[in-house]
Design a binder for this molecule. Structure first.
Ligand code: URA
Length: 205
């Protein structure tokens, strides 16, 4: 069993990610003086939010969801009485893809073990996926492949599964699939949909 504190385990991941030369995004990060975006919030959070990959503002600051989409995420959190400090916010891919393109399957495969380790450290009761890429990864990772469908069909739904803790004991885990908050920046109706979908979380916290 791992005897490192949660803080030390997260710092170890930060060091590994800083030197992650195997990533196809590593050179792009260095040449733009960007930082990897590890995650932010409480290591004891009961609820974990997972986006896709950092955008430009996030890669400059090293903080997740701090640009326009992130501001809307903060509004959504406050609307159900949560703050960024009492949840944990991260992404599947920890480096910015060029021109904000979608992360590739190879990038998701390379970075997702870090996300899995973050789940092991935090052991949340609820994981909220933001957008279809994190939804696809998380649903398959927790054996919910059969429930997967287009995000237009399963946004705002919750799914029960289990997550094995460090003692290999199954712990109940709820996955909630939401649209990415950036979708609301280009589509006003989506803003209302996201606000309504966020209400689902109220029953779980
Ligand atoms: N979009 C994401 O998926 N993650 C961020 O951190 C910012 C924008």
């Amino acid at each position: 069993m791992n005897n490192l504190t949660k803080h030390d385990q997260m710092e170890k991941m930060r060091e590994e990610l800083c030197g992650f030369t195997a990533s196809p995004l590593y050179e792009y990060r260095l040449s733009n003086k960007y930082s990897p975006v590890i995650g932010e919030g409480s290591y004891d959070a009961k609820i974990m939010f997972v986006g896709e990959a950092p955008g430009k503002t996030e890669a400059i600051t090293g903080k997740p969801f701090c640009g326009a989409a992130g501001k809307f995420l903060s509004v959504l959190l406050e609307s159900i009485g949560l703050s960024r400090e009492n949840v944990y916010i991260t992404n599947i891919v920890k480096d910015r893809p060029p021109e904000n393109r979608d992360p590739t399957p190879i990038e998701i495969a390379l970075y997702s073990p870090f996300f899995d380790r973050q789940v092991q450290v935090i052991q949340p009761r609820v994981i909220v996926t933001l957008g279809r890429h994190s939804m696809g990864y998380v649903m398959k990772r927790y054996d919910l492949d059969l429930e997967l469908g287009p995000i237009s069909g399963i946004h705002g739904k919750s799914f029960e599964t289990v997550c094995f803790d460090r003692m290999h004991t199954p712990q109940p885990l709820t996955i909630v699939t939401l649209y990415h908050p950036a979708a609301a920046l280009y589509n006003g109706g989506m803003r209302e949909t996201l606000k309504k979908d966020f209400e689902v979380l109220k029953k779980l916290i």
